[in-house]
Design a protein around this ligand. Structure first.
Ligand code: NAP
Length: 314
């Protein structure tokens, strides 16, 4: 057990990310108390039933009272309204952070609402599964996964260091990154791949009507992996694309060009081009495994109930 880093942590939103934070905080004794709030009574009741949070509150204002760390764990589109609600109730000296998958937008909507004397340190854990809700979290989600801190101009170094210690205590490796760069990197590593998975599953679904469910019945590895990614939370992903528009469109443009080049190679029978391309991409996969960000288990870790090797970005 570690020394508590915060006296009271308030988690606003009680889904996959917040519930995993709670279990990871408890695992290592990183906070004196953890309070929680979610919008629906149903989620709050479920949280109470499963012992998620030391205290589940019926309002966000009540949850943040006396908290020295408040973490916004709601969909990106809800960050601004939630911040508006709690701004007047934050303790002087407290830190507000978030876990949103897009950083520039969250900074633009949240930072102007941060009161004098309160610190703001945005963050993004690069860990997730396709599951959501209060029951989906587990303490190991952040183990050996990256968490990116995205300090804003004037972020207090002590507040940043304390938040870093919390994420390290929850098992993460921590790096700092600038907001626009973060959004571009994530457009490549997570956002565009998700869009491609959504599209591929949509195409297969169209075909399924023609092939009488053979797509599902004979579902092979490539397609099954797409369906797992495409099962991710629709609200979260709608918000990601609405708020990381430019970077995603930029990467999609490049993707389309590469796709056309491969299409051309297939049409013209340019096996050399295809072989060279696939050799290069195979090396990238090896690099990811060597960096410890996935395993080379033949089943892609599908045997595990809550696969953190499914570590989508997010
Ligand atoms: P989730 O499992 O769907 O949970 C979202 C939570 O936010 C729920 O408790 C929901 O409450 C609450 N909520 C939604 N709208 C709200 C509002 N207007 N006011 C108050 N509470 C509201 O989502 P998640 O996967 O934990 O994602 C949360 C955040 O983490 C998102 O910003 C996402 O971009 C980011 N993130 C996600 C992943 C991932 O893989 N899932 C990875 C990294 C970062 P109810 O249950 O009552 O509706």
């Amino acid at each position: 057990m570690s020394q508590p880093i915060y006296n009271r942590v308030a988690l606003i939103g009680l889904g996959l990310i917040a519930s995993s934070m709670f279990w990871a905080i408890k695992r290592s004794g990183l906070a004196g108390e953890v309070t929680g709030y979610a919008r629906s009574a149903q989620t709050r009741d479920k949280a109470r039933e499963i012992g998620l949070c030391d205290r589940v509150c019926d309002s966000a204002v009540e949850a943040v009272e006396g908290a020295d760390l408040v973490v916004l764990c709601v969909p990106i589109g809800a960050m601004g309204p939630v911040m508006q609600e709690i701004a007047g109730s934050l303790m002087p000296g407290a830190t507000v952070s978030d876990v949103g998958s897009v950083k520039r937008h969250v900074i633009d909507v949240v930072q102007p609402l941060i009161p004098e004397g309160v610190h703001f340190v945005p963050a993004h854990p690069l860990a997730g599964t396709e599951h959501s809700g209060p029951e989906s979290g587990f303490a190991e989600l952040y183990d050996n996964r990256w968490c990116l801190l995205v300090p804003v101009e004037g972020s207090d170094p002590d507040a940043v260091a304390r938040l870093r210690a919390l994420w390290e205590g929850m098992g993460s490796n921590v790096d700092e990154m600038e907001a626009d760069h973060h959004d571009l990197v994530l457009a490549v590593t997570s956002h565009t791949p998700h869009l491609i998975a959504y599209t591929m599953v949509g195409v297969a679904d169209d075909l399924r009507r023609v092939t009488d469910s053979e797509v599902i019945k004979y579902s092979a590895a490539g397609f099954r992996d797409f369906t797992r990614i495409a099962a991710s939370d629709p609200t979260m992903w709608r918000d990601v694309f609405l708020t990381n528009k430019e970077a995603t469109l930029e990467i999609l443009g490049r993707f389309t060009e590469e796709l056309f080049a491969l299409q051309r190679a297939i049409r013209t029978g340019d096996g050399e081009h295809l072989h060279e391309y696939f050799t290069h991409t195979r090396a990238i996969r090896r690099g990811i495994i060597e960096a410890g960000q996935d395993t080379d288990a033949p089943d892609f870790g599908r045997g595990q109930a809550s696969s953190s090797t499914g570590g989508q970005d997010k």
